[in-house]
Every structure is written in structure tokens, then in C-alpha cells.
Write a protein that binds this ligand. Structure first.
Ligand code: C5P
Length: 223
């Protein structure tokens, strides 16, 4: 079974996905981390963000691995070709580069193939931007999670402070997420959009536990 959770940055997808997966006994897949890994590798290699052929090559060649502790649902670390990039893929520099990388069709094709292969291996809560529309259009549960811009910026600042990476300046974070969402929505390839059959949940109006309970209830109807 696949529970697809899409939505803009900072809507609470990661936290909610982990909690839903924990309750249902599913695994979690953070597809945004995979696009971030390609952006990180491109920066390491000095590849220009306009060089679509090179970005496509990186997406096909980079070995992206999620390291799980035994019994833990969320990945403890993300590796690219064996190198631990867990913190490095969350910097403001990667935040700004990633939407140019994710707009490249060859990058999306390579990563979507990997995401489908991972998802075929069991029951997953998959979070991203195009999970219900493109990656798993047959997902049993589809959710489009949103929140106001200010709420999303507040959450991202708190998350960055907790992780010790990325900006903690509210105005800077707000401007960055609004700009990134605009790029994700405007791109031609798999833009950020709710699937027709997705349940729309505005997490500004509900507590985290209420959001988790609503998604688990949707899943329970399909189990
Ligand atoms: O979820 P996260 O903020 O880590 O995603 C980083 C970026 O990766 C997004 O802004 C978007 O450009 C891209 N992305 C995507 N499709 C997905 C997941 C993420 O294009 N399924």
C-alpha cells in the first residue's frame, strides 16, 4: 500500500509522514532528499545548474542510500556514493539550487524510477511533490498537505534550528520557500499540484495529531 503525501515546502510533510508510517507500521520515503542529493553532487562536481545533460548523468549515476537503524521507520542518514550528506543537503545553498535540478526531465526520470523500485518493496508513506500525480498515481491514499506561507516559514525556522543547519532568519526563510514553491509550481515537468483525487488538508487549521489521525483514518478505509 502507498500513502502519498504531497505539498509545498514546510507544510509538515516530513513529521506527519513519519508519524503516519509509525502508526501504520509502514516505511517512509522522503523523495525531496533524493533531489537534494543530486543538487549536492552537482555542487561538489562544479556542474552548472543549466547543464541538463550533466545533471541527468548525476541522477543516473549517484548511488543514493537511506540508512535505517534496525526497527526505525525514518532514515537516520542519507548517503551519496557512501558519503554521509544528511546535514549537507539541508543547507540554504541546496534549498536554492534544488528546484532548478528537479525541473530537469532527465533527473526526474532517473529518480522516479528509483522511487518506484523502492515503493514496490513494501508498504510506504511517500512524501514529495508529484507522488500522487506521477510517481504512484495508483496510490491507495493521496493527501495534499498545505499551510499558510507564514506558518510554513515558522516551521522551517524551527526545524533548521533543531537540526543546526539552514537559515533561522524568518524573513529569509519565508522569501526562500515562497520562491521555491513558485518554481516548483511553474515547472513544465511534474509541477507541484494536487492530484484530482487527493484529500486536501490545510495543516494551519489542525494540530499535528489531528492531521496524522485524518490520514490514518483514510488509510484504514483502504486496509
Ligand atoms: O521536500 P523537500 O523540500 O526536501 O524537497 C526539495 C525540492 O525537491 C523541492 O523544492 C522540489 O523542487 C523537489 N522535489 C520534487 N519532487 C518531489 C520531491 C521534491 O520536485 N517528489
Amino acid at each position: 500500500m502507498i500513502v502519498a503525501i504531497d505539498g509545498p515546502s514546510g507544510a509538515g510533510k516530513s513529521t506527519v509522514s513519519k508519524l503516519v508510517a509509525e502508526r501504520l507500521g509502514f516505511s517512509c520515503l522522503d523523495t525531496g532528499a533524493m533531489y537534494r542529493c543530486v543538487a549536492w553532487r552537482a555542487a561538489q562536481e562544479g556542474v552548472d545548474l543549466g547543464d541538463q545533460a550533466q545533471l541527468g548523468r548525476i541522477a543516473r549515476e549517484a548511488r543514493i542510500e537511506f540508512v535505517h537503524e534496525p526497527g526505525s521507520i525514518a532514515a537516520r542518514a542519507v548517503l551519496v556514493d557512501g558519503c554521509d550528506v544528511t546535514a549537507q543537503i539541508r543547507t540554504a545553498q541546496i534549498d536554492r539550487a534544488v528546484s532548478a535540478v528537479s525541473a530537469v526531465v532527465a533527473v526526474r526520470e532517473a529518480l522516479v524510477d528509483q522511487q518506484r523500485a523502492i515503493g514496490a518493496g513494501g508498504d510506504f508513506v511517500v512524501e514529495g511533490r508529484d507522488i500522487g500525480t506521477v510517481v504512484f498515481p495508483q496510490a491507495e491514499v493521496k493527501v495534499f498537505l498545505t499551510a499558510s506561507n507564514e506558518e510554513r516559514a515558522r516551521r522551517r525556522v524551527a526545524q533548521n534550528a533543531e537540526r543546526g543547519v539552514g537559515s533561522v532568519d524568518f524573513d529569509e526563510v519565508l522569501a526562500d520557500i515562497v520562491a521555491r514553491d513558485a518554481r516548483d509550481e511553474a515547472r513544465a515537468a511534474s509541477p507541484l499540484v494536487a492530484a484530482d483525487d487527493a484529500a486536501l488538508i490545510d495543516s494551519t487549521r489542525f494540530s499535528r495529531d489531528e492531521v496524522v489521525a485524518r490520514i490514518c483514518a483514510l488509510a484504514a478505509e483502504k486496509l
